[in-house]
Design a protein around this ligand. Structure first.
Ligand SMILES: Cc1cc2nc3c(=O)[nH]c(=O)nc-3n(C[C@H](O)[C@H](O)[C@H](O)COP(=O)(O)OP(=O)(O)OC[C@H]3O[C@@H](n4cnc5c(N)ncnc54)[C@H](O)[C@@H]3O)c2cc1C
Length: 261
């Protein structure tokens, strides 16, 4: 990446204004951007905007966009809530060095199909807050065409959901070839499948089945089968669509069983 101007605005309005200029880009941790050879006119570093925080307010957990993956992974919030699913998810991503650099903002705004944390946030029914677009569910954010906005924070309701995250990788330093997160609140499941290899999706038909069944190994597997036939899967260098479908059945079953145990 070649940067002509590197700026650290002191308030969000200034950052948003700069982002509207030609060929401007937000820099989070810069880990992913750094892989490309893009010519950037204005790089906007958000590090002076007080977006590096994890806090609890009005029954919600708030995670600032500039919080690194490692800070979140090792936080007492991530370890002590939702069965530690956030810590478990983040600890799968590359090495500590990368997790000390990459941010939650870059990870969510990037909407990467391979993302591990998006799948887990989706199962936890997280919301995003954007500078211009305001607050919306992560699910909607993943589907909307949003451009030139700034992600400020993620919020997750403090609702004591139980949750589990499972992924399959060819090697520990590779991307997930499929990942599954399941959460349960008031005996109702939310099942999400990511790295299909497209963006994570909520498996509504599988949820509707399991939420109207007695939960056991057999029905958990059936929910996995429904997810594998109702969601779309594709092939890439990591795995074929057929392989992903097969894995989806087993991973959904395992994640449901983990949540109820
Ligand atoms: C070698 C490598 C391996 C990886 N492996 C995995 C993996 O296995 N699993 C996984 O889930 N992830 C993986 N990642 C992705 C990583 O976890 C981060 O998601 C990624 O680096 C983006 O975070 P960042 O802070 O570096 O963002 P940046 O590189 O700074 O930015 C990424 C994109 O988001 C935009 N952006 C950043 N912050 C904001 C914001 N607050 N508002 C609006 N736009 C913003 C940038 O303009 C850019 O388009 C990997 C990354 C690398 C470099």
């Amino acid at each position: 990446m070649n940067i002509k101007k590197y700026l650290r605005p002191l308030n969000i309005d200034e950052a948003y204004g700069l982002l509207q200029s030609k060929n401007a880009v937000i820099i989070g941790g810069g880990a992913f951007l750094n892989l490309g050879n893009r010519e950037v006119e204005t790089a906007i570093d958000l590090s002076k905007l007080n977006l590096n925080f994890i806090e609890e307010k009005n029954g919600e957990f708030l995670i600032g966009a500039m919080t690194t993956l490692r800070k979140l992974e090792t936080s007492s919030f991530a370890k002590e809530n939702f069965d530690g699913v956030i810590t478990k998810t983040l600890s799968c991503i590359m090495g500590v060095q990368l997790r000390n650099t990459a941010t939650i903002g870059g990870s969510v705004y990037g909407r990467y199909g391979f993302s591990d944390i998006i799948t887990t946030f989706l199962a936890l029914d997280a919301e995003v807050e954007l500078c211009n677009g305001g607050k919306m569910s992560l699910e909607k954010f993943l589907e909307e065409k949003i451009d030139r906005d700034i992600l400020l924070k993620i919020s997750i309701k403090k609702d004591n959901r139980k949750a589990a995250y499972i992924n399959m990788r060819n090697s520990s330093a590779d991307f997930s070839l499929i990942n599954v997160a399941v959460a349960m609140k008031d005996n109702r499941f939310r099942i999400c499948v990511g790295a299909r290899p497209k963006r994570a999706k909520v498996a509504y038909e599988a949820m509707s089945f399991i939420n109207s069944s007695e939960v056991n190994e057999e029905t958990a597997l059936r929910a996995g089968e429904i997810a594998s036939t109702t969601l779309q899967f594709g092939g890439d260098i990591r795995a074929s669509a057929e392989y992903r479908k097969e894995l989806c059945k087993a991973l959904v079953k395992r994640a449901i069983m983990e949540v109820i145990q």
